[in-house]
Design a protein around this ligand. Structure first.
Ligand code: HEM
Length: 467
């Protein structure tokens, strides 16, 4: 672990923060910079010093974030009154990117209404429909990976997951609109990967070449592409189509009203952005964990041989790929791509035996909870076996968040990761590029492996076929 200078304490009795748990006493700007630049040493040091609950202060609207890594307190947060514990307000930082109608930034009744209308396309049984497209896209990408030449697997995975989300969400075949949308989204997300652009004071449009100015213009272009797709789909009719846009165009709120174009735009953008980079980053972490481990690779290949044979992997194999599932979970335990989730308190609230003031953000910390040695023996060890035959508590293991805000796309992402990994292992002999040591870098709000995880394909063909 990185050694960092110790932080001074905030006394619980400090007149500035009367009822917040103790935390570092540095200037909020210094805390913010540390959180952006070196979040893991910052969190680890706070946990070592203050235990499983501490307060971090940022100079953004006087933000106080209370980190929790005690499952009992996390249960109180995930099962508490969502009118009081507001995730949408805590997620306000993504509002300029996703729009004010995005489910991620709504709360209370509005959020519940939006979630009800967005749920059906993400039900488990729908995955079989998307699975075929996922496999075809993964196979096409794998066919194009260079042989014996290092390339970043993160970029390859981004290509797969973006195409999967574009096809399943819009049901579009390769077309000029799809090409344009893909190009604008890649640029928008690559700009958004700069964490400083998330800071409200830097979101100023100083013309087409300024960082935020570029985002504003790209967002406008994406908006007009999306509105054109909606209009075209309405004109063509939705009969016989199974994509998510079609389901949402046909969906009605309880009062019989359809989603407005602005709502549709914000929700489509939310799915495109929430569903693409997250899954690609998770897949890259998994590669960085399994490729240097012959024991894990051996078990994965043995399971694939037994369950899938020569492939291709299909819906009927999914439930039997238990070691693959455990590997995905163990990577999400050690390398959650989102380090915490937040709920802003509307009223003073007692959580984990502590009285917190209104306005504070109660934040179940995924990263710290997943590395507690009392919950996870030898927590730093990558050991997928620990998940075999076990269903971990949702307050000890929560890479997809929890409660009524549990990730809408969790089943979709898990299904996609299994298909992409199964096809990769069935069809390639893949290695980490020599000398690569995985480290974490921040990409916007996500934690990603550095350098995109360079890999080398040494063989393409039926690698995991029966001997
Ligand atoms: C491995 C991939 C993914 C990870 C790790 C992930 C993680 C998360 C997390 C931590 C949250 C916040 C939950 C909370 O506040 O308690 C979330 C919310 C959400 N995710 Fe995901 N996600 C992934 C993939 C996806 C995909 C594929 C989609 C859609 C296609 C998606 C759509 C959403 C939406 C719409 C929300 C907001 C839910 C709400 O506020 O009610 N995510 N995700």
């Amino acid at each position: 672990m990185q050694q960092v200078a110790p932080l001074p304490l905030v006394e619980p009795s400090s007149p500035l923060t009367p009822s917040l748990p103790p935390g570092p006493r540095q200037w909020p700007l210094v805390q913010l910079l540390r959180w952006i630049r070196r979040p893991i040493p910052f969190m680890q040091e706070c946990a070592q010093r203050f235990g499983d609950c501490f307060t971090v202060s940022f100079p953004i609207a006087g933000q106080r974030i209370v980190f929790f890594s005690d499952p009992a307190a996390i249960k109180e947060i995930f099962t508490g009154d969502m009118e009081n514990l507001r995730a949408g307000e805590a997620n306000a930082i993504v509002r300029p990117l996703l729009g004010a109608n995005s489910m991620l930034v709504l709360d209370g009744a509005q959020h519940a209404r939006e979630r009800r209308i967005m749920m059906p396309p993400f039900h488990g049984e729908r995955m079989q429909v998307y699975g075929e497209q996922m496999r075809a896209i993964a196979d096409r990408s794998i066919d194009a990976w260079p042989l014996n030449t290092p390339f970043p697997i993160h970029t390859a995975m981004q290509g797969i997951t973006l195409d999967v989300i574009l096809r399943t969400v819009f049901g579009l075949d390769e077309s000029e609109t799809l090409v344009q949308l893909r190009d604008r989204l890649i640029r928008l997300l690559s700009n958004a990967a700069q964490p400083f652009l998330l800071l409200p004071w830097l979101q100023i449009d100083l013309g087409p070449y300024s960082p935020w100015g570029k985002q504003v213009r790209l967002k406008k272009e994406i908006d007009s592409l999306l509105f054109a797709i909606f209009a075209q789909r309405r004109a063509e009719g939705t009969a016989g189509r199974h994509d998510i846009l079609t389901m949402l165009l046909d969906a009605r709120y309880e009062d019989g009203q359809p989603l407005s174009d602005q709502h549709l735009r914000d929700e489509m953008l939310t799915l495109l952005i929430a569903g693409h980079e997250t899954t690609a980053t998770s897949l890259s972490w998994i590669c960085s964990r399994i490729l240097p481990r012959p024991d894990v690779m051996g078990k994965l290949r043995a399971e694939l041989r037994a369950v899938v044979g020569t492939g291709p992997v299909t819906a009927k194999h999914m439930a039997q790929l238990e070691y693959l599932d455990a590997t995905i979970k163990e990577t999400a335990r050690l390398n959650p791509i989102v380090p915490l989730v937040g709920r802003r308190l509307q009223t003073p609230t007692r959580i984990g035996g502590r009285d917190l003031p209104a306005g504070a953000v109660a934040a179940p910390c995924i990263y710290l909870t997943h590395r507690r040695s009392d919950l996870w023996p030898e927590p730093e060890q990558f050991n997928p076996d620990r998940f075999l035959g076990k269903k971990p508590s949702p307050y000890e293991f929560f890479p997809f968040g929890g409660g009524v805000r549990y990730c809408l796309g969790a089943a979709f992402a898990t299904y996609e990761m299994k298909i992409v990994l199964a096809e990769t292992l069935l069809r390639t002999e893949l290695h980490l590029a020599p000398g690569y040591i995985p480290k974490m870098v921040r990409r916007g709000i996500t934690f990603a492996p550095a350098e995109g995880v360079p890999v080398v394909v040494t063989k393409r063909g039926a690698v995991a076929a029966p001997e």
